[in-house]
Design a protein around this ligand. Structure first.
Ligand code: CFM
Length: 529
């Protein structure tokens, strides 16, 4: 039995039938394989996934600092999504609401008699207290079940207060994970916000950064590098982003996509509507940052820009050279497991490789097949009923704003040599007995620790403690355990330093757990003899 078979061995026939297609082990040739993804989790298995509301409100819309994002639902949904993601924001203009939790706090009576009145009251209150230019309403499960007309309330608010108000039907039960919520949020931003501003550009070369949520300050570090080279960053979706900035996103020359999983919809719709090309970039990892910066410069094909890019790369590399060498020596040969949402488990493999570390286990909570296998599989992916429930917008070219930055010939040539409008997926960077798992559960995590003994396990809050209790250091790859930024050159060193501290402070190994010193409880099943 190989490791994959050992993991699946204990499952009942029914569970085995489902899970076998979600677990892939690579042979020495590292051949690309097919994986089952973006399908329903099995009830009862401890999945690490979140819900549709989490993907819409928590991930894509929540970081917009000048927007009041109002949770329409019982207080639990608002409370548990309050301040739990480290999407940092500045509030230089005094307009940052991300430290607040806005909720309609629906009660039983609202569920029975309808919650629209309460939603209107909440909007009135938000206007009185904060007077934002934009409010976004996010529905939770009961709202969809009782059928509150949140779109009518949004129209009412726009007319009454002369603001932008967008309603999102992102009830938690939609789709199979938070991925559905990303799509719904993308659709709303595309339909109602992008293209509504007309601020003029200030520089010749301008970009939007898509799928960068400024966790631990990553977006600030990426922006710093791009501005140092000479680009104008028109908007960031959505880390430290704002309604005021993303209104103008359609004016940029190029879209840079960091997290492909959460925002490819906007990149593709903006291409159709405004003619803006997109690049798959990755600012996680030194070599990947260099590749990304060079490809962007080559796209614009301006000798000054290319020279500036090389100067910045050389400067930044020099600054980190000594630390890089130190950590390479310490971390070389260590093995890692990386299990995060829908894009980091690939991005971080490249950063680990910078320091000579090998990823032997990787997995995504809610990625789609293209995130594993590459964009080329998209036409072969079967769309199931859960995904078909999410609206697909029909987009046509915009008469006024459609603009191409490069001609078709150059586009085609670049496409052959760069990651222009292409995402290669995680599998192509794996092989050699390593394993990839979709929608991990806790049982599988335990088995992986037992079978592979990774030196460190990067994962999330839901499984972090069970990993640590097994004696394996674990670092949170969603929030960076209060550290970061990890993006760019300096971020890579910060990541290496945090990893080094985790590995060389083996605190957990000095502790003898109580179950090793005393017998565990014994019992028997009650009932009849
Ligand atoms: Fe994109 Fe993200 Fe991720 Fe994601 Fe997320 Fe996140 Fe993530 Mo947590 S948007 S898919 S829904 S990179 S919150 S910033 S860390 S699971 S791998």
């Amino acid at each position: 039995m190989n490791e994959r078979e050992k993991i699946l061995d204990k499952y009942s026939a029914k569970v085995f039938k489902n899970r076998k297609d979600h677990v892939v082990q690579f042979d020495n040739a590292g051949m690309p394989k097919e994986i089952a993804a973006n399908s329903r989790s099995i009830p009862g298995l401890m999945s690490n996934r979140g819900c549709c509301y989490a993907g819409c409100k928590g991930v894509v819309l929540g970081p917009l600092r000048d927007v009041v994002v109002l949770t329409h639902g019982p207080i639990g949904c608002g409370f548990y999504s309050w301040g739990t993601r480290r999407n940092k924001a500045k509030s230089e203009d005094g307009k940052s609401y991300i430290q607040y939790c806005f909720s309609t706090d629906m009660q039983e009576a609202d569920i029975v008699f309808g919650g629209e009145k309460k939603l209107r009251q909440a909007i009135e209150e938000a206007m009185e207290l904060f007077s934002p230019s934009c409010i976004m309403i996010c529905s939770t499960c009961p709202v969809g079940l009782i059928g509150d007309d949140i779109n009518a309330v949004a129209t009412w608010a726009e007319e009454k207060f002369n603001i932008k108000c967008v309603a999102y039907s992102c009830e938690g039960y939609k789709g199979v994970s938070q991925s559905a919520g990303h799509h719904i949020a993308n659709n709303g931003l595309m339909k109602s916000i992008i293209g509504t501003g007309d601020a003029p550009l200030t520089k010749k070369y301008s970009v939007n950064i898509l799928g960068e949520y400024n966790i631990g300050g990553d977006g600030w570090e990426t922006e710093r590098l791009l501005e140092k080279i000479g680009y104008e960053v028109v908007s960031i979706f959505t880390g430290d982003g704002s309604y005021e900035a993303i209104k103008n996103a359609h004016t940029a020359n190029l879209n840079l996509v960091q997290c492909h999983r959460s925002i490819n919809y906007i990149a593709e719709m903006m291409k159709t509507k405004y003619g803006i090309d997109w690049f798959k970039v990755n600012f996680i990892g030194i070599d990947e940052t260099i590749r990304s910066l060079r490809e962007i410069a080559v796209y614009f094909n301006d000798p000054t820009l290319i020279a500036n890019t090389e100067t910045v790369i050389a400067e930044e590399l020099e600054e980190v050279a000594e630390a890089r060498e130190y950590y390479q020596e310490k971390l070389h040969g260590k093995t890692a497991a990386v299990f995060v949402g829908g894009s980091r488990s690939h991005h971080y493999q490249m950063l680990l490789a910078d320091f000579g570390m090998k990823t032997i286990i990787a997995g995504y909570e809610f990625a789609h097949r293209d995130d594993y296998e590459g964009l080329e599989v998209r036409p072969n992916v079967k769309v199931d009923a859960d995904s078909r429930n999410i609206e697909e917008l029909t987009i046509t070219p915009d008469d006024k704003y459609y603009h191409l930055s490069i001609d078709k010939e150059r586009f085609d040539a670049l496409k052959l040599t760069t990651e222009l409008e292409y995402y290669k997926g995680m599998f192509k960077d794996m092989g050699d007995g390593t394993i990839a798992i979709d929608d991990f559960n806790h049982y599988e995590t335990e088995k992986l620790l037992e079978l592979f003994h990774p030196n460190i396990f990067y994962s999330g809050i839901k499984d972090k403690y069970m990993i640590q209790k097994s004696g394996t250091p674990s670092r949170q790859m969603h929030s960076y355990d209060y550290s970061g930024p990890y993006a760019g050159f300096k971020g890579a060193i910060k990541f290496a330093s945090d990893t080094y501290m985790s590995l060389f402070t083996p605190a957990w190994q000095y502790i003898t757990p109580p179950w090793r010193m005393q017998p565990t409880l014994e019992g028997k099943v009650g009932g009849a003899d």
